[in-house]
Design a protein around this ligand. Structure first.
Ligand SMILES: NC(=O)c1ccc[n+]([C@@H]2O[C@H](COP(=O)([O-])OP(=O)(O)OC[C@H]3O[C@@H](n4cnc5c(N)ncnc54)[C@H](OP(=O)(O)O)[C@@H]3O)[C@@H](O)[C@H]2O)c1
Length: 316
């Protein structure tokens, strides 16, 4: 344990960080040790990580001093923010800055920042194709992460910017699963037209991050985009139909209709899908399947993910 390189993992009890902790622990001879950061070291999820062999430490991304303590002595740090816990891009920016400063203070040798595009580089606020949200964003939960890239780079940190993709788990937890229409038929609704959506199993994000740490300095200063597959709504519906044994259709709606659905974050997600649809070449081009598979040979396809997870998808 002592001569292993410690990776401090933010969000360790969650999807991205959890995947990384489990990937580190699974590879007992890999030379890395997992330090799991959590706000509650006594939660069931935290205790489970300890049982698996992680060092579990208390830290809160709103408390820079706690991050400094948690990053102390670590070789690497995996940094992620939690937009959907507070819906505040400003908070994400502040939390990213706190993590970057803590990593600098601790002299961490490799930081991975889990980020997304600042869509305003493609769709300036003056562009009326999609509404400006919260005063200065197009896709708030993307833009702040992209904007935060510079808080890592400007501090001169040895950072890899990790561009993640749509979790297929959104079909389970995020209300995006198949729903029955007035005709009683199941359909998934995405405002993607005939364009392809890069997606992946959330667990594979952490596994790819582990692959990046394992590569040493190779990806420092680089942006790495990952996905499990790029699929159209029609292809996702066909795979769901096959896996569930009942017909699931793809319902394409205009982004403005999606934005009007009224659930918390609907406007943000409507803009997000419109960005992915209208800038498909750039968005898909930034997410290379071969790179993801090289980092994580166990990378799942949608069909493989469905085989494992289909029973967890609520059919409303
Ligand atoms: N859904 C998607 O398709 C998708 C795709 C790409 C990127 N993303 C992004 O992924 C991010 C969320 O990552 P995730 O899915 O891995 O999160 P998650 O599964 O919701 O896990 C969040 C974990 O973070 C911890 N946490 C929450 N607030 C914290 C705080 N103030 N300080 C320290 N830890 C805190 C919690 O752990 P404790 O309670 O143990 O502290 C929780 O277990 C979001 O920003 C989202 O935009 C999502």
């Amino acid at each position: 344990m002592n001569n292993k390189k410690i990776i401090a993992v933010v969000g360790a009890t969650g999807a991205q960080g959890g995947g990384l902790v489990r990937a580190i622990l699974r590879d007992a001879k890999g030379g890395f040790a997992a330090r799991a950061l959590t706000r509650d070291v006594n939660s069931e999820k935290a205790k489970e990580l300890a049982r698996l062999g992680a060092e579990v430490v208390a830290a809160d991304v709103d408390d820079q001093e706690s991050l400094k303590r948690a990053f102390e002595g670590a070789y690497g740090a995996f940094c992620v923010t939690f937009f959907w816990a507070h819906f505040s891009p400003e908070k994400e920016l502040a939390q990213a800055a706190a993590m970057a400063q803590a990593a600098k203070h601790a002299g961490v040798q490799h930081v991975i920042w889990s980020t997304l595009e600042d869509t305003r580089q493609w769709v300036p606020l003056s562009d009326t194709r999609m509404p400006t949200l919260m005063g200065k964003y197009k896709v708030p939960h993307f833009d702040a992460k992209g904007e935060a890239n510079r808080v890592f780079t400007e501090l001169g940190l040895p950072v890899t910017l990790l561009l993640t993709s749509f979790y297929w788990e959104n079909l389970i937890y995020f209300g995006m699963g198949p729903k029955k229409g007035p005709d009683g038929k199941l359909a998934i609704t995405l405002p993607m037209g005939d364009k392809k959506l890069p997606g992946m199993a959330a667990e594979d994000i952490g596994r790819c991050a582990y692959g990046i740490f394992r590569k040493g300095r190779e990806f420092i200063g680089e942006t790495v985009g990952i996905a499990g597959e790029h699929l159209t709504g029609g292809q996702m519906a066909a795979a769901l139909t096959k896996a569930l044994g009942q017909e699931v259709r793809y319902q394409d709606v205009p982004p403005e209709v999606y934005r009007s659905f009224g659930f918390p974050g609907a406007e943000d997600l409507g803009n997000m899908f419109q960005f992915k649809r209208d800038f498909e070449a750039a968005f898909r081009g930034a997410r290379n399947l071969a790179v993801a598979r090289a980092l994580n040979p166990a990378l799942q396809t949608f069909e493989q993910w469905l085989a494992e997870n289909k029973s967890r998808i609520p059919l409303e």
